[in-house]
Design a binder for this molecule. Structure first.
Ligand code: COA
Length: 294
C-alpha cells in the first residue's frame, strides 16, 4: 500500500469517528442506550434544583447538572447517570448526589427482586461541589455506599472520557466501579490540579500545564498503571462496544478495590525522596504486578 493511500485511509477512519467528548451530558447518555428505549427520570421539567446556589449568586440548573436516563443497552435494562461537565464543573451537590444515589438504589432493588438492571456512570466532575461543601461530601459517602451495594449484583461501568476529568470524592466512586473506561483525554485524580497548585504552589504543579497533568493523571497513565481497565479513542462507537464487552463479561473475578495487598506493595515501593516521573512509575508498578503473579 502506498503512503498516500495509507494516509487517506487513516484520514477517512479519523473522519468516521464520532466524538463522545463533544456531546453534552444528556447526549452522552442517549447515545449509549438503545435508540428510542429511554426516558429521563427527574429531568429539567421536574425543576428539582439546588437551593444553595442562588444565595451565592450562582444560577441553578433545573437538573442540577445530573442526568438520569432509564432504558436498555442491547436489550438489557440499564440506568445511565451522566454528569454535565459545563455546569459547575460537573460537581456533586446535595440534589445531584441524591439523584445518583436514588438511581443506584433503584437498580439495586431491581436486582434484589430478580431484575437485571445494569448501571453506567458517566463521570466528568470536579468532585464535591465546593459551594455545597458538607452536603456534597455526605453525598459522595452515600453514592459510594449505594455503588457498593449494587456492584454485588451487577457490573457498574464508569466512563471518564472528557477533559474536565474525574476528581475529588468522585474519583473514589470511579475507582470503585466494576470497570473503568477512559480516553486519553480523560483525567482521574483525587486532588484536582487547581487545588494542588492553590495549596502547594505553582512549583509543585502548574495547573495550566495540560501536558504535565495528562502525563500524571491522564487516561493513558491511569490505564498503564492498572487504575483503569480500558483505554479508548474519543469515539461513540468504540465506547458503546466497550460498554457492551464489560457488561457481557459480568462481574470481575476481583474488584480492583479488593486488591489490597497489591496496592499496599505498590505504595510501599514509592520512595518519596526519589523524584518520580510517569514512565518510572509505570515500569515499577508493572514489576510489582508481575512479581505477584510468579
Ligand atoms: N466545585 C464547584 N465548582 C467547580 C468544581 C467543584 N468541585 N470543580 C470545578 N468547578 C468549576 C470551576 O470553578 C470552573 O467554574 P467557572 O467556569 O465558573 O470558573 C468550572 O468548574 C470549570 O473548571 P476549570 O478549573 O476552569 O476547568 P479545568 O478543565 O481547567 O479543570 C478541574 C477542571 C476539575 C480539574 C479543576 O477545576 C479542579 O482541579 N477542580 C477541583 C477538583 C478537586 O480537587 N475537588 C475536590 C473536591 S472533593
Amino acid at each position: 500500500m502506498t503512503a498516500s493511500s495509507q494516509s487517506s485511509q487513516n484520514t477517512s477512519r479519523l473522519k468516521r469517528r464520532e466524538s463522545f467528548i463533544e456531546l453534552n451530558g444528556r447526549e452522552r447518555a442517549i447515545v449509549l442506550l438503545d435508540s428510542g428505549s429511554w426516558r429521563e427520570l427527574l429531568g429539567p421539567f421536574d425543576r428539582i434544583e439546588s437551593p444553595w446556589l442562588l444565595p451565592q449568586n450562582i444560577t441553578p440548573q433545573s437538573d442540577d447538572g445530573c442526568i438520569i436516563l432509564k432504558g436498555t443497552i442491547d436489550g438489557q435494562p440499564a440506568v445511565v447517570i451522566s454528569m454535565e461537565p459545563t455546569f459547575q464543573g460537573g460537581s456533586i451537590g446535595e440534589v445531584s448526589g441524591a439523584k445518583i444515589c436514588a438511581a443506584l438504589d433503584l437498580a439495586c432493588r431491581d436486582n434484589e427482586n430478580g431484575g437485571k438492571t445494569v448501571a453506567l456512570l458517566l463521570l466528568e466532575t470536579g468532585g464535591v461541589r465546593l459551594t455545597e461543601a458538607n452536603l456534597g461530601l455526605a453525598a459522595v459517602a452515600e453514592i459510594i455506599s449505594s455503588l457498593l451495594a449494587l456492584r454485588r449484583h451487577t457490573p457498574v461501568v464508569c466512563i471518564t472520557a472528557g477533559t474536565v476529568g474525574c476528581f475529588g470524592g468522585m474519583s473514589l466512586v470511579a475507582a470503585l466501579a466494576s470497570y473503568l473506561i477512559m480516553t486519553a483525554e480523560g483525567r482521574l485524580g483525587l486532588n484536582g490540579p487547581e487545588v494542588i497548585e492553590q495549596e502547594a504552589g505553582v512549583e509543585e504543579i502548574d495547573s495550566k500545564d495540560r501536558a504535565l497533568i495528562s502525563a500524571i493523571v491522564g487516561g493513558e497513565q491511569r490505564y498503564l498503571t492498572g487504575l483503569a481497565d480500558v483505554l479508548l479513542h474519543d469515539d461513540v462507537g468504540e465506547i458503546r462496544r466497550s460498554v457492551l464487552t464489560c457488561l457481557r463479561a459480568g462481574l470481575p473475578r476481583t474488584h480492583r478495590t479488593s486488591e489490597i495487598d497489591l496496592f499496599r506493595r505498590r505504595i510501599a515501593m514509592l520512595n518519596p525522596e526519589h523524584q518520580w516521573n510517569p514512565q518510572d512509575l509505570r515500569e515499577s508498578w508493572r514489576r510489582v504486578a508481575s512479581d505477584e503473579s510468579k
